[in-house]
Design a protein around this ligand. Structure first.
Ligand code: NAD
Length: 289
């Protein structure tokens, strides 16, 4: 029977470590702070922002919320980022996506100073990740690696198949797996013969947003499967539930799988807080002794 990797428990443990790290920084005169910017009132974004702010509070991280009207001008948002970039009391800046259509998201995200880019989306951080030279790593891929690390000690030579090639999950997780010297195949909607490719993998990271895409016959005996997908579906009785990318009930021959919910999701927030603490600690290290 496949082991269920408990993302909730791992996230709790990480949050405890973050809380201790915050206390340590406080003792050294730094109060880690995360600024969260929400433009408009997208209900899902409201939920995500609320969750991030609550978790910050639990860990002792100060959160500063900027809730802007849906018709906020792009230049006004850029001006706010410029202010936060030079504000020494703010260590992390998070712009909740998606932004309204009239705003050029990449111009906005590129404006965040790389040292405060706790989402790891700035081209400098993307470049650092692809050259293996540090920087802030996107939260979901970071969480995925921590989940994998709980069951895999040595990645060298393992075959990893990543399903999905987005900038926020698929590509960065592929880079992290490459750094560990796994042999990585990145696949997407146009990939031919995906079940056969997946069946050769020791590690599958499914980040397609396609409910129950990964079936039992796609997965070889003993593989480790990380299910990143989150799709909200309504069943016949009108109940809404969250479904992942894997038909988990068909994967008992795998070595380990992550549940949805309770796998990658909680780790994403835990990694956001950890990134905020890293960004705060880096300011301490860059100060003259
Ligand atoms: P995206 O839409 O940007 O990218 C999806 C990728 O999957 C694309 O590269 C596409 O080509 C590929 N794809 C789609 N359908 C496919 C199919 N049938 N076969 C093969 N490839 C297919 O999505 P994203 O932002 O990377 O998110 C992916 C999923 O992960 C979504 O369900 C999202 O909600 C979820 N997600 C979860 C977390 C978390 O914290 N748990 C964080 C980010 C994203």
């Amino acid at each position: 029977m496949a082991e269920r990797i408990d993302g909730k428990a791992m996230a709790r443990a990480m949050l405890a470590e973050t809380t201790a790290a915050v206390a340590d920084l406080e003792a050294r005169g730094i109060s880690p702070a995360l600024a969260v910017v929400l433009v408009g009132a997208d209900p899902a974004s409201e939920v995500y922002v609320g969750r991030k702010v609550r978790e910050c509070e639990k860990a002792g991280i100060r959160s500063i919320e900027h809730r802007l009207a849906a018709d906020t001008d792009e230049d006004a948002l850029i001006a706010l980022i410029d202010e936060m970039n030079v504000d020494g009391a703010i260590h992390g800046i998070l712009i909740q996506l998606p932004l309204p259509a009239h705003i050029n998201a990449s111009r906005v995200l590129d404006r965040i100073t790389p040292g405060k880019d706790v989402d790891g989306f700035h081209p400098v951080n993307v470049g650092r990740l692809s050259t293996g030279t540090g920087g802030l790593v996107p939260c979901t891929p970071l969480g995925i690696m921590k989940l994998l690390d709980s069951v895999i000690e040595d990645y060298r030579g393992l075959d990893a198949v990543v399903i999905g090639k987005s900038n926020i999950v698929g590509k960065p997780v592929a880079m992290l797996l490459l750094e560990r010297e796994a042999t990585v195949t990145v696949t997407h909607i146009e990939t031919k013969g995906l079940p056969d490719i997946a069946r050769k993998a020791d590690i599958i990271v499914a980040a397609a947003g396609a409910p129950h895409l990964v079936r039992g016959y796609w997965v070889k005996e003993g593989a480790v499967v990380i299910d990143v997908g989150i799709t909200r579906v309504t069943d016949h009785d009108g109940h809404t539930k969250i479904v992942g990318d894997c038909a988990t009930h068909e994967l008992e021959h795998a070595r380990a799988v992550t549940p949805v919910p309770g796998g990658v999701g909680p780790m994403t927030i835990a990694c956001l807080l950890a990134n905020t603490v890293s960004a705060a600690r880096a300011t301490l290290e860059s100060e003259p002794a």
